[in-house]
Structure formats: C-alpha cells, structure tokens
Design a protein around this ligand. Structure first.
Ligand code: SF4
Ligand code: SF4
Length: 252
C-alpha cells in the first residue's frame, strides 16, 4: 500500500507537531554537517515506499548473511543478526498512533546498527574492542579484543548487537573464505561492509536490493546521494531523542 508523504505526516500528526516534529523529521540543509566530525560519516537511507520486505523480499538480508558468514541458528535466543526485519510498530514505537498502526499493519522494515554519531556502545567497552572510526564514522568491532562482557549490548538502545552464545561455525551455510567467522563468546554487529568499501564496492545490502530502496553515502558531504534524498524527502530516525545521532534514515 502506497501513501503520500502528506498523508503520512497528516495521519501521524507530525505536520503541526512543532518541537516533536523537529526531532522526528529531519530535512537536512546542504551546508549543515551531520556530525561535529570534519571527516566522513557514512549513513544509509532506506526508502519506506520502495522496500518490498513486507512482500517477503529478503535480498538485503541474504546478501549480508552470505558476505559475512552470519550463522543461521534455529534457537531464537541465540540468533546472530546484522541486518534483519521487524514490524514498523516495533521499529518506530513512539511515532505511531491508532491510524498509522492500522495503515502499517503487516509492514516490516530492515533494521541494523545505526552507526551512531555519538554511540553509547563504544563508551562502555573496557577493551576498546568496539570504537567509532574517525575517518568515516563506522562503528567497528575487533572480535579478537572482545572479552564478551556484553556491556556494549546493554548500552545500545537499539538492540543492534548480537552475542555468540554458541559456536556459530556449524551454522554457517555456505561459508565464505573472504570474511572471518567468529567464535563463541564474542559480540558482533553490522560493519557497514567496511571490507567492501575498502575495495570501492557498495555495502552488500545496498548492491543486492533490486528496488534500489537502500542508498548509502557520506552524510557529511552535501553533494552525496544520501544528502540529496534527505534534502528533498522527509526522513525519520529511530529514537533520535536519545541523542545518539543514528546514521540510518527511513524515508516516509
Ligand atoms: S546502534 Fe547501538 S551498536 Fe550501533 S552504533 Fe548505535 S549504540 Fe552502537
Ligand atoms: S562485549 Fe566485547 S565489544 Fe562489547 S563491551 Fe565487552 S569487550 Fe567490548
């Protein structure tokens, strides 16, 4: 079901919501840097209208799983997730009302680590196993340094990190030699395909989406495709009021 931006804003009560709307809807001016950083801040824009996840499409999820040796563990409590899908109600619990809940019933969206501008997860890590890369804003993980304390999981307000409760390797099908597998006892999450970016490729999820619903780029570059979309379309982030500065935007 398609809705116009005006319909969404009217129904969601955002059009005249004043301060609340400022937090929820970001129209970014060309010269306004997304972060205090002078370097890049990679981000992802997901077009709510183009994404066919609700029709069962899982191209982005599959591409990520194959590129990163993500195990398929049947026990839900042990699942490892880098990009996955959730109902709209759950992704945006505070941006819903009775009308939008009806409208978006059954819709699901891909979600992943927000590669926050000011991530809570990195501050609590006692071993610097996770950090924000200054040159491009990617929130990285070094599995060799991770001691499995899970402080980062407790700190992340988005549930974007997974813990390897069991040895993941028996659950990787097929396994690629191009990316390391992890071991029991470490935390992992989306890395924005830093290994692909390093050789000039787009993230696997972006490349795999036939609908071109995912657009990746530098949020600090006023001429980037992501900035062009954010300049011309309305976008919402997951819980921006927490001050984490999510770098994933959903176009409505
Ligand atoms: S979404 Fe969570 S794991 Fe990802 S950078 Fe933000 S706080 Fe860290
Ligand atoms: S689980 Fe690993 S990455 Fe997370 S805070 Fe502990 S040592 Fe750091």
């Amino acid at each position: 079901m398609k809705i116009t931006r005006k319909e969404f804003l009217t129904i969601a009560g955002l059009a005249g919501a004043g301060v609340g709307a400022t937090k929820l809807v970001r129209a970014i001016e060309p010269a306004e840097p997304m972060t205090g950083s002078k370097g890049k801040q990679f981000g992802l824009v997901i077009d709510f209208q183009k994404c066919r996840n609700d029709k069962g499409c899982e191209q982005c999820l599959t591409a990520c799983r194959l590129a990163h040796n993500i195990p398929q563990i049947p026990e839900p409590a042990h699942a490892v997730k880098w990009i996955w899908k959730e109902p709209v109600d759950k992704v945006f619990p505070f941006q819903q009302n009775d009308y939008t809940r009806q409208m978006f019933s059954g819709h699901v969206l891909p979600i992943l680590c927000n590669h926050c501008a000011d991530p809570a997860c990195t501050r609590v890590c006692p071993t610097q196993a996770t950090w924000k890369r200054p040159e491009d804003g990617i929130v990285m993980m070094d599995w060799h340094r991770c001691i499995g304390c899970r402080y980062c999981m407790a700190a992340c307000p988005y549930g974007s990190r997974s813990f390897n409760w069991v040895d993941p390797r028996p659950y990787i099908h097929p396994e690629t030699a191009d990316f390391p597998s992890r071991t029991k006892g470490v935390v992992e999450k989306c890395n924005f395909c830093e290994e692909r970016l390093a050789v000039g490729k787009q993230p696997a999820c972006v490349e795999a989406c036939a609908e071109k619903a995912l657009v990746f780029g530098d949020l600090n570059d006023p001429n980037s495709p992501v900035r062009e979309l954010l300049r011309t379309r309305f976008a919402i982030q997951r819980q921006p009021e927490l001050g984490t500065g999510p770098s994933i935007f959903y176009l409505v």
